[in-house]
Design a protein around this ligand. Structure first.
Ligand code: 5AD
Ligand code: FES
Length: 360
């Protein structure tokens, strides 16, 4: 009982934006206390509602290539996975997905893909420009990994509004555990910094329960995110994929993912937080529970049904057989069932961009 009170005290301080020690974070993250967890979700909902009401924004995810030059140990589309059936979408196919999405009410398109050198700075720029020309009222988000400054700058000039690049973990040693030697946390952080400077609305994030992750690593993630002040934070449970080196590792839990969503809502009240597909994969009501823990975005798939089963970052991914329209109808109903409202507007983050802050 006393323990629950202590935990609620920490939650009150987080909510009031008062300093919370690492020891307090550790207690909160490690506690298994349903009463305190409910108190945390309630606080997160209240904070979220004060900024975003009951709105849940939708983003149409177009998974345009599953070729990838990287070899992250957790990821099903890693270079060395010879079982992955590779595909790429051409500009016309991407535009057709967006067209369909527009008719379904989407006003944000997220182009996500592996780091595929087949596409150049120019071809990606052309796709972004084509989408912006056809749908000037829509936001275009890129989620295409690590590229150089000139590429990020060019895509921004072509009209890209947002960029998602999860940092994956803010701890150097843990980064090494998840990625091969040729990748580095410093490089990834540098990309995020550049994207911010270029005026993108930026999304970072990490997997919950990835192999080797400790409470101390998560605390580092929270500190890093507080310093970065991203517009969006994508988090979801790690889910093993059978053809990766982490095939036999345990997955992340629903409870810890929900707890982190709620803590992030308190730390970054204006951020956009998706209730991810991975969360919906580990529990039938995962996305609804995510929203009830402070999330305010859903990202249904707009990829052609024929390729969906090939973009398998992890096993048992949901919505790989459904049509886009089915997912929208399903999500609308799910969100309404918990008293929230699926919105069809762009849903920009309330966090100011670098340009707005510096006037540059
Ligand atoms: N389980 C959960 N999430 C994963 N991702 C990649 N592989 C997995 C997995 N096995 C996440 C990474 C990446 C995002 C696109 O998907 O965090 O940044
Ligand atoms: Fe795809 Fe429910 S969201 S079937």
């Amino acid at each position: 009982m006393e323990k629950t009170e202590q935990l609620c005290g920490i939650i009150d301080r987080l909510r009031a934006r008062e300093a919370v020690s690492d020891e307090d974070y550790r207690r909160l993250l490690l506690a298994s206390d349903p009463e305190a967890a409910e108190y945390l979700y309630q606080a997160a909902r209240a904070v979220r509602e004060s900024y975003y009401g009951k709105k849940v924004y939708m983003r149409g995810l177009i998974e345009f290539t599953n070729y990838c030059r990287n070899n992250c140990y957790y990821c099903g589309i890693r270079r060395d996975n010879l079982h992955a059936e590779r595909y790429r979408l051409e500009e016309s196919e991407i535009c057709a997905c967006a067209e369909e999405g527009y008719a379904l009410g989407f006003r944000t398109f997220v182009l996500q893909g592996g780091e595929d050198g087949y596409y150049t700075k120019e071809t990606i720029g052309q796709i972004v420009a084509a989408l912006k020309e056809r749908h000037p009222d829509c936001a275009v988000t890129l989620s295409f990994g690590e590229w150089d400054y000139a590429a990020y700058q060019h895509w921004r000039a072509c009209g890209a509004d947002r960029y998602l690049l999860r940092h994956e973990t803010a701890d150097e040693a843990h980064y090494r555990r998840l990625h091969p030697q040729e990748m580095s946390l410093a490089h990834r952080k540098n990309c995020l910094r550049q994207l911010r400077e270029l005026g993108y609305q930026v999304g970072a994030g990490f997997m919950v329960g990835s192999p080797g992750q400790t409470a101390d690593h998560l605390i580092k993630d929270l500190h890093y995110l507080q310093q970065l002040q991203p517009h969006m934070v994508g988090i979801g449970p790690f889910i093993p994929q059978k053809d990766t080196p982490f095939a036999k590792e345990p997955g992340g839990t629903l409870e810890l993912t929900l707890k982190l969503l709620a803590i992030l809502r308190l730390l970054l009240p204006k951020a956009l937080l998706p209730a991810t597909t991975a969360l919906g994969t580990i529990h039938p009501k995962g996305r609804e529970l995510g929203i009830l823990a402070g999330a305010n975005v859903v990202m249904p798939n707009l990829s052609p049904v024929g390729v969906r089963k090939k973009y398998l970052l992890y096993d048992h991914k949901i919505c790989t057989g459904e049509e886009s329209a089915q997912c929208v109808a399903c999500l609308r109903q799910r969100i309404a069932s918990i008293g929230y409202e699926l919105r069809e507007d762009r849903g920009d983050s309330l966090v100011e961009t670098h340009r707005e802050l510096t006037g540059r």
